[in-house]
Design a protein. Sequence first.
Length: 174
Amino acid sequence: MPGLTEKLLLCVALVALVALSLGCKPQVGDDCKVSRDCSAAGDRLCDITAPGGYCTIFNCEPNSCPEDESLCVQFGATRSPLCVDEPLAAPSPYARTFCMATCDDDGDCRSGYVCEDLSLSNAWGAVLIDTNRGNKACLVPFTGDEELEPAATDVCKAAYPAAGEEAGQGGSGG
């Protein structure tokens, strides 16, 4: 019966294709060049600012990251050290959350990334949003303490030039 053999081969090929597609789903923390590398469904993004790209979910909320592979971390939660005199009543306008790959040690992270405990004070100023998925995430290594330019303190001021003025010059008065 040639019809039965062909149907059996087609079923085996279909099962193999389904198993292959399920086994190759990109995870949070994988390398990427474009967001399609992270998800065909469009639910994950490629952070191209990270070395080799970093598959992530932007604007995560508590317990919204895939629990078997990632946790939600907030970056930019602390204000710039240049703005020590500014009131801290409002949260930082620069805070953003991302799903980050979980890890136990550096060996769990891909090359060029380190496993950092974010429950402690850390160089990134990162804050754990998910506290029930462990405390460690794969991050780009912190490169060091750059010198802060004294002129950069203007970054703390929300002053913009008036219409027709150039930045750094006073108005015409009147």
